[in-house]
Write a protein that binds this ligand. Structure first.
Ligand code: SAH
Length: 347
């Protein structure tokens, strides 16, 4: 039986819900800003530390709420400097996040679900199936806890929803989380231009995402041909490539913005000259750019990465046809922290 007196994680609630709760509990509204500063800027985990709030109010808050819900189980450091965090949720399920050092900043790759229901054939997370959606608190706690662990002066400025799970299959919690992540009013203060939501293409949720946040959109295209995409990504049977590209064309973008198309390069599957030509045709009228990700191997995988020459040739064909294409060699593969390698299995 659920414990009715279990404390609620305050990170789960939006500002407006908290404001209403403050009113009901006769706590002055201006305290919300102070509490947010304690949580998001000072990494506070207890209301008792919030010395600019009266003792009585701190006690009321402490009796209803807790702050944060993740337990760090393991941190693995890669030779290239990236770090994979394994977190345990309150119900003992496991999730992973990956911190990637760049030249002048950090990028953090976070999870939106434990496991994933999408069944993409090249992805290790898919093998877990869906365990469950993450709450807003579980999504943003990954950022808060990893930020607290940073020792260098380099700042964590970039965030990608490319960890475990399909963000658009957990849309309402994703939107709640994004509103705190991009909130400059004592929230986590990420710039909207530096937060990217990556989707396998759940087209029915594109407009709702656009209406509720200004985060950037990345689409895991991975094939320019329905037959190949059907084989790689089951979602393609529901939303075939033409439907997906139409939804991208209709996605509201600011003048400087573009959609990122991710394309996992798989040897002899989607890496030929003909595949590149089909991709060019497809992306002709879309405001987009391409990230080419050579396949990251994992245990018992049926796929392989193409050799470097093939990758460079594929990129050249796109570039020669005025499509910006960047090769993204995923970091952290030695500790299974690269794209598609997250399996939360303690190894
Ligand atoms: N569900 C979301 C986000 C998670 S996957 C999505 O599909 O976009 C993040 C990216 O990693 C996707 O672009 C996916 O195509 C890519 N990816 C998955 N497995 C991979 C692998 N083994 N090697 C390289 N990239 C992979």
């Amino acid at each position: 039986m659920p414990n009715l007196f279990e404390k609620q994680d305050i990170l789960n609630f939006s500002d407006s819900t908290l404001s209403d709760w403050f009113k009901t509990n006769k706590i002055a509204p201006y305290h919300l800003k102070q509490i947010k500063k304690w949580i998001y800027v000072k990494n506070s985990k207890s209301f008792y530390e919030m010395t600019d709030i009266s003792k009585k109010n701190r006690e009321i808050l402490e009796s209803f709420f807790c702050i944060g819900s993740l337990e760090t189980i393991k941190i693995r450091k890669s030779k290239d400097g990236s770090k994979k965090y394994l977190f345990k949720l309150k119900d003992s399920n496991l999730i992973e996040s990956v911190l990637i050092p760049e030249k002048n900043h950090y990028t953090l790759c976070i999870s939106s679900q434990a496991g994933c229901a999408q069944g993409c054939r090249f992805c290790q997370t898919a093998k877990l199936g869906l365990v469950r959606n993450l709450s807003k608190a579980e999504i943003i706690s990954q950022i808060i806890d990893i930020k607290a662990d940073l020792k260098e002066h380099k700042r964590l400025t970039n965030l990608v929803f490319m960890g475990m799970g399909e963000p658009l299959a957990n849309l309402s919690n994703l939107i709640l989380a994004l509103n705190t992540i991009i909130d400059s009013n004592e929230g986590l203060c990420f710039s909207k231009r530096r937060v990217t939501v990556s989707t396998c293409g759940i087209v029915s949720n594109f407009q709702k995402l656009a209406q509720n946040t200004e985060a950037r959109l990345a689409v895991s295209l991975n094939a320019a041909d329905n037959k190949i995409r059907d084989m790689l990504m089951p979602i393609n049977k529901k939303y075939p490539i033409e439907t997906l590209i139409d939804a991208c064309k209709n996605y509201p973008l600011k003048p400087r913005d573009r959609i990122t198309f991710e394309y996992v390069l798989l040897k002899d599957i989607n890496d030929s000259e003909n595949d590149a030509k089909k991709l060019i045709k497809l992306l002709k009228e879309v405001k987009g750019k391409v990230n080419l990700i050579p396949f990251n191997n994992h245990f018992k995988s049926e796929f392989e990465a193409p050799n470097l020459d093939t990758v460079l040739q594929f990129q050249k064909i796109l570039s020669d046809n005025n499509i910006t294409a960047i090769i993204r060699n995923s970091k952290g593969s030695d500790v299974s922290a690269a794209c598609g390698q997250l399996a939360a299995n303690c190894l």
